[in-house]
Design a protein around this ligand. Structure first.
Ligand SMILES: Cc1cc2nc3c(=O)[nH]c(=O)nc-3n(C[C@H](O)[C@H](O)[C@H](O)COP(=O)(O)O)c2cc1C
Length: 368
């Protein structure tokens, strides 16, 4: 289960690169800014955020802890932020909406069965999800080799290795046995591929539609009554197409390095997307955000907010809802420190001049 969360695709080069790109960026702080306090709040699509960090959608989070996605959502709400629930969640979207009433967005994948997609949209709208996020970087799944090596499958197969792991992790096993969430909550009762014990990659490849195109995004725009966000944009020209197809915001993301390995870091792609569409739409960034300084750097490059994928899942694993809230508290505290030490009183003060000029020029020259 840990490897399923932690892993990336193939050689995990992009997963590592997401971190490296943040680490390589140097800050140029202001001093003696005379700050009594710093304000880390902002808003996205007109909705207030106490901290400019939301939680990205993660599938099968119920495998990590019995509270599952509702626990992550509650932790985000406690931090004054928004949870993006995955269509591939362990719990159904109705269960999460009632177990974690608060600002939730819903993330959609494109199943081959378009009737099911339309039905999911209706259910999400009826349950009060405030924005729709379409993930566009999974026409098929990037191969996660840790899952293959571990024999990780959905639902999990009981192998000798799994039993041994279960015995050495009694707290996890007890929780799991009490509230088993072994498969996908939203697809209950729907036809799933024949047989059991598919790896998540096999599951995705048998159900998701590789022929998905921009016309599908336009069609869904017509079906969804609310803000639309496109997740998985890595180039300026695709960002422009997303806006033309009706997006109100885009998420620059390489799926945490779980899809196209050797793709560039999402924070490296960010400036070109901001330059192309930042005047018309909001731009968010995920993939590799771990520290307050990472959030500061993304905002300095023009992002309106960041999202974190793995960190809240680790928080959930360690302490349920409270663990997720703690992760967000740490990020808020670190951002406050980073802003104070850079002379920024509010997120509006976080501008490009905080980054070393030559690095900004180099980033921009890599964009076309
Ligand atoms: C365990 C796991 C499951 C994920 N499931 C989904 C998903 O169902 N839908 C989606 O759009 N992205 C999914 N992602 C990608 C995240 O939304 C996000 O883009 C990525 O985790 C960000 O990188 P980070 O983990 O470095 O913060 C998943 C990521 C992880 C780690």
């Amino acid at each position: 289960v840990f490897d399923f969360v932690d892993g990336g695709s193939f050689d995990e080069i992009t997963t590592r690169r997401n971190r490296q790109a943040f680490e390589d960026m140097e800050l140029r702080p202001h001093v003696l800014a005379g700050l009594a306090d710093v304000d880390v709040s902002t808003s996205v699509l007109g909705q207030p955020l106490a901290i400019p960090v939301m939680a990205s959608p993660t599938g099968l989070t119920g495998l990590v802890h019995p509270e599952g996605e509702a626990g992550v959502a509650r932790g985000l709400h406690a931090a004054g932020s928004i949870y993006v629930l995955s269509a591939s969640a362990s719990y159904s979207l109705e269960e999460v909406a009632s177990g974690a009433p608060g600002p939730n967005w819903f993330q959609l994948y494109m199943w081959r069965d378009r009737g099911f997609v339309a039905e999911l949209l209706q259910r999400a709208q009826a349950s009060g999800y405030r924005a729709l996020v379409i993930t566009v970087d999974v026409p098929m799944a990037g191969s996660r080799e840790r899952d293959i090596r571990n024999g990780f499958s959905v639902p999990p197969r009981v192998t000798a290795k799994a039993l041994a792991q279960g015995l050495t992790h009694p707290r996890w096993s007890t929780g799991f046995l009490r509230t088993p969430h072994m498969t996908f909550g939203n697809t209950a009762g729907r036809p799933v591929p024949e047989g059991t014990g598919l790896t998540p990659t096999e599951y995705v490849n048998s159900l998701f539609d590789p022929t998905v195109g921009w016309d599908d995004v336009e069609r869904i725009r017509g079906l969804w009554n609310g803000p639309l966000v496109i997740k998985g944009i890595m180039r300026a020209d695709d960002a422009v197409r997303a806006v033309r197809a009706g997006a109100d915001a885009v998420i620059v993301s390489n799926h945490g390095g779980r899809q196209l390995d050797t793709a560039w870091a999402s924070v490296s792609a960010l400036p070109s997307v901001v330059e192309a569409v930042g005047q018309q739409t909001e731009v968010y960034l995920d993939s590799g955000v771990r520290r307050g300084t990472d959030v500061l750097k993304a905002l300095a490059l023009g992002a309106n907010a960041c999202l974190v994928g793995r960190p809240p899942v680790y928080g959930l694993a360690a302490g349920g809802t409270a663990g997720v809230a703690r992760v967000m508290e740490i990020l808020a505290k670190e951002l406050r420190v980073a802003m104070t030490l850079s002379g920024c009183a509010s997120v509006a003060d976080i501008t490009g001049d905080l980054l070393v000029a030559e690095q900004m020029t180099e980033l921009m020259s890599r964009q076309q």
